[in-house]
Design a protein around this ligand. Structure first.
Ligand code: NAP
Length: 406
């Protein structure tokens, strides 16, 4: 087995046949994972003629792990994910009950996967609720490790909430009602800056037009507002030669057209802008809560979560994932739409530098949608015959073209 190595600059070194971790997931996870692996293997074979291939390393998590070990995410699985460096996962059931943390959150924190990255682009043929879905081509970088999602909160009648209310009242003159639960929203300079840095690096590397900092800084000045300020600071201090602010750009139009334009928008405005001026937005960098809402909303504009890919990426480790849940009613029926996991796999191939294979997949998926070869979730809207999950995978493979032919 050839594991991906990490060099002294924390960059990954990918061998020709890397071992990649695969968590199949719960519910529809095994169905979509089987199809995704077949599609990915076929694209890699076509793109590199058998010279490169992936050795898939199964990693157990979720229900399967619980049955085998009594734990949903045993230490051995975390160790294996660490060894693989790069992995992909199907959806996992969030265990219900006090004391259980979301497995996804646990993995993000364990591997410091601080950027949740979600590309959102339209495939012609996919039913959309908007008039011009083709205008959408965004990639959202959502901070993944802090904000209100840090889990620092207390029930209204807990001892901790009482003590905090007392402290705030006595020391800071802040009165909080007795019947209020309390949550804390930490937004730090270090974590904001590294997230924005990743978004700007991506924008420069991929020749994107702009990076928009989305924040609610007009109300939450020292958290959301600070995120915006730190974002501009990163651009100014670290990417001066490659970026220009929107203000500078507008005051001298044309002169810096090759530079990435850094702009900011207040969250509520952004929700209408993505509908009314879709084409004006490109790379988005935002805080955790904003990003959670915004990424689902923009995914809905181009056909919903069933087809949206995602990746959780840190400085070294990365786990790519289907963004939808386990859809338990379709478990084991070979009916689910595997596109989200397939496109997440394609993102993963780009991440390890296997761009050709990724293009093969994206073109073939696009051709399937153009020809309305779809699974039941979309077939029922388009009123066409539904393909099974595995059949959809085969249709993708049939449409794959060697990169030179496409
Ligand atoms: P869900 O599993 O995403 O399913 C909700 C509905 O979305 C399904 O009933 C189905 O709609 C549709 N759907 C989602 N994915 C689909 C696919 N690939 N193909 C076809 N249809 C799909 O959301 P949920 O019911 O709220 O969550 C179920 C479990 O998943 C929970 O335990 C939750 O915690 C977990 N979850 C995990 C992740 C993750 O691991 N990343 C993310 C979200 C939720 P129709 O019924 O209309 O056909």
């Amino acid at each position: 087995m050839s594991f991906i190595e990490i060099d002294s600059n924390s960059k990954i070194k990918v061998p020709e046949n890397p071992t990649i971790g695969m968590i199949e997931g719960d519910g529809i996870g095994p169905d979509i994972s089987k199809t995704a692996v077949r599609v990915l293997n076929s694209a890699i074979e076509l793109a590199y003629g058998g010279k490169s291939y992936i050795e898939w390393q199964k990693v157990v998590a979720g229900d399967e792990a619980f049955e085998k070990t009594g734990k949903h995410l045993p230490q051995e699985s975390l160790d294996l994910l660490k060894k693989c460096v790069i992995s992909i996962k199907g959806p996992l059931t969030t265990p219900i009950g006090e004391g259980f943390r979301s497995l996804n959150v646990t993995m993000r924190q364990y591997f410091d996967l601080y950027a949740n990255v979600r590309p959102v682009k339209f495939f012609p043929g996919v039913p959309s609720p908007v008039k011009n879905p083709e205008k959408m081509n965004m990639i959202i970088f959502r901070e993944n490790t802090e904000d209100l999602y840090s889990g620092i909160e207390w029930r209204y009648n807990s001892d901790e909430a009482k003590r905090l209310r007392w402290y705030l009242s006595e020391n800071l003159g802040v009165k909080i009602p007795e019947d209020a639960g309390i949550g804390i929203k930490p937004i730090s300079k270090f974590k904001s800056k590294r997230l924005v840095r990743k978004a700007i690096e991506y924008a420069i590397q991929e020749h994107r037009k702009s990076v928009t900092l989305v924040h609610k800084g007009n109300i939450m000045k020292y958290t959301e507002g600070a995120f915006k300020e730190w974002g501009y600071e990163v651009a100014r201090e670290e990417f001066k030669d490659y970026t220009v602010t929107e203000e500078e750009f507008n005051s001298s139009p044309g002169t810096s057209s090759w530079k990435v334009v850094i702009k900011d928008r207040i969250t509520d405005n952004m929700f209408q802008q993505v509908l009314t001026r879709t084409q004006d937005y490109d790379v988005i960098a935002t805080t955790n809560l904003n990003g959670d809402y915004l990424s689902d909303a923009v995914a809905a504009q181009v056909g919903g979560l069933g087809i949206a890919p995602g990746g959780n990426i840190g400085d070294v480790y990365a786990i790519f994932e289907a963004v939808h849940g386990t859809a338990p009613k379709y478990a084991g029926l070979d009916l689910a739409n595997p596109t989200s996991l397939i496109l997440s796999g394609s993102m993963m191939l780009r991440h390890i530098g296997w761009t050709l294979a990724s293009e093969v997949i994206e073109n073939a998926v696009g051709d399937c949608y153009k020809e309305q070869k779809v699974t039941q979730d979309l077939a029922r809207v388009l009123n066409v015959k539904a393909l099974k999950c595995s059949e959809f995978g085969e249709e993708i493979i049939k449409r794959m073209k060697k990169p030179s032919e496409s």
